[in-house]
Design a protein around this ligand. Sequence first.
Ligand code: IPE
Ligand code: IPE
Ligand code: MG
Length: 247
Amino acid sequence: MYELMAPREPAGEGPRPAHVAIIMDGNGRWAESRGLPRLAGHKRGAERVREIVESCPDLGITHLTLFAFSTENWKRPASEVLGLFRLFRRYIKKEGARLVAEGARVRFIGGRERLEADLQALMGGLEAQTLDNDRLHLTVAINYGGRDEILRATRRIAEAVRAGTLAADEVTPETIEAHLDTAGLPDPDLILRTSGEYRVSGFLPWQSAYSEFAFVDARWPDFTAEMFAAQVRGFGRRERRFGAVAG
Ligand code: IPE
Ligand code: IPE
Ligand code: MG
């Protein structure tokens, strides 16, 4: 009762998250609950991305990072994995021109070696085409896992130490950041996961040290720009302390 009577915060109050990262989860359950194949959910999910991307500038979001495929998702049936990669190709081909026109800078994070050469070429092509854009920094995580990212960074740092171009005691947090896939990107202010799961599944472990988290029950294919805006407003009501005292 008390909660119902509490005054509601006016919309748009408080700071806005500049960088939002989203774990787009729940495509499979969305499809299964409708008696559809899981891939139908992934297709719907891919279609949802445009509306969320397009809503960012008005919400004051300059960086959007999307988790599309994890290093653990290879464990799924081959048909689902193949279908997902078909969707990624289609997304890049179909949305690429629009993203260029809208001034988005697109980056991909995650290990690329395991991806088919033609997909790697599509990804590299879109990155090159959008290099000078800065209206929205859109980062898509494909074959991304936080442990894998830190492992790859550590190996490269170790190589530099072995080659004598870096001293072990010169390794700083900045050195590590510079070797992560997200080098040059700010840390996420808000990490949002759809579909009612309360876990991070390997997403951005280094970068999320002081991120705020939001979990919503809606499955990704049902997640609307209005729901997104509500979460962004909710962020403004939080108090971030970064280990210091309030004030
Ligand atoms: C998210 O939806 C997309 C990927 C992980 C590729 P899921 O496919 O995980 O959907 P659920 O969690 O099984 O419902
Ligand atoms: C996380 O979702 C990865 C993506 C959304 C791409 P999963 O569905 O793979 O995560 P778990 O298996 O529920 O932890
Ligand atoms: Mg899932």
